[in-house]
Ligand binder design. Structure first.
Ligand code: APR
Length: 310
């Protein structure tokens, strides 16, 4: 393939993302992990599936970073995942150090890459990658809104018994309990869900979306969600690799947009070859604005915690 994506962390999210990238023939994939044998084994296993899955993407597994050199995109999933009873924020002290070290190694070898951050707490980890890499803000993008919106879309489709393909949803804000699902901008075949569902039902779907990650953690018990997170990261990567310019909700660095300064938080962005090519500013009601501000305040708190850690 003429494009290369490095996925750091060959665990549940990383290996699933590698599989999806390869099976869609978007790029060659370099899978990096700290555990000896795991990235090599998973890359080889995926390569052996290639004749059946009919793709010619090359997959390499490694414990070092040399094979990652010149990547178009680096997806960072390294870190620990939460267990029942933990919030994403509980991961901050462990994952900040991991994200810092892997960003240093990857950025050195792929100075032109776009970094897609997946490790949690997401918005805070974007700050770590931004400060560590020294990359322009356009090339640091957090994966959260696409996942949260996909969850909202899945619940809307289940509720109305319609194709998921007919659904559209926007979830903004930080990737945590304060996220801001926007029913006014969520629709089925172009019809806002506010015209299709009662306020009570919408509130129930919003609540389920907010705790969507925790619902999976509660079921799995040994880790957190990975199929949908991997799909979300790959949708972002595809838009960048193919310069599709999709509008997707992602964590982006804001410098005044939505009245928010110097903070990574989920907003609609246009994703193309350069990374974040535009922050799309949609009009929000006073209530929606207040919810976004509350979410920004929660991310600010984490940013302050980070200052003491890294
Ligand atoms: N360098 C490279 N890989 C690392 C490092 C490091 N310094 N530290 C940890 N890892 C690897 C682990 O060895 C493991 O294989 O990261 C991988 C994480 O995989 P899982 O434990 O399966 O976690 P996963 O479910 O993939 O979640 C990863 O994404 O969604 C978020 O909250 C989640 O922060 C978590 C991350």
């Amino acid at each position: 393939m003429d494009k290369k994506v490095t996925v750091i962390g060959a665990g549940n999210v990383g290996a699933t993302a590698a599989q999806r990238l390869a099976e869609k023939e978007l790029c060659d994939v370099v899978l990096v992990d700290i555990i000896e044998g795991v990235p090599q084994g998973k890359a080889l296993d995926l390569s052996e599936a290639a004749p059946i899955e009919k793709h010619d993407a090359h997959l390499t597994g490694t414990n070092g970073y040399d094979a990652s050199a010149g990547s178009n995109i680096v997806i960072i999933t390294a870190g620990i995942a939460r267990k029942p009873g933990m919030s994403r924020d509980d991961l901050i002290s462990t994952n900040a150090g991991i994200v810092k070290s892997v960003t240093q190694e990857a950025a050195k070898r792929s100075p032109e890459a776009v970094l897609i951050i997946v490790s949690n707490p997401l918005d805070a980890m974007c700050h770590v990658a931004f400060e560590t890499s020294g990359f322009a803000k356009e090339r640091i993008i957090g994966m959260a809104g696409v996942l949260d919106s996909a969850r909202f879309r899945a619940f809307i489709a289940m509720e109305l018994n319609v194709s998921v393909e007919n659904t559209h949803a926007f979830v903004l804000g930080g990737h945590g309990d304060t996220m801001v699902p926007l029913p006014r901008y969520s629709s089925v075949a172009g019809i806002p869900i506010t015209e299709l569902l009662s306020q009570d039902r919408i509130e129930a779907l919003v609540k389920r979306t907010r705790s969507g990650g925790a619902e999976i953690v509660g079921l799995l018990k040994t880790g957190s969600a990975y199929y949908a997170p991997a799909s979300a990261a790959v949708e972002m990567a595809e838009s960048i690799l193919k310069d599709k310019k999709k509008i997707l909700p992602c964590a982006a660095y804001l410098e005044g947009e939505y009245g928010i300064h110097d903070l990574f938080i989920g907003v609609p962005v246009k994703l193309g070859a350069k990374g974040v090519e535009e922050v799309i500013q949609i009009t929000l009601t006073d209530e929606e604005k207040a919810a976004l501000q509350k979410s920004a305040a929660a991310v600010e708190e984490l940013k302050a915690v980070l200052k003491k850690l890294v």
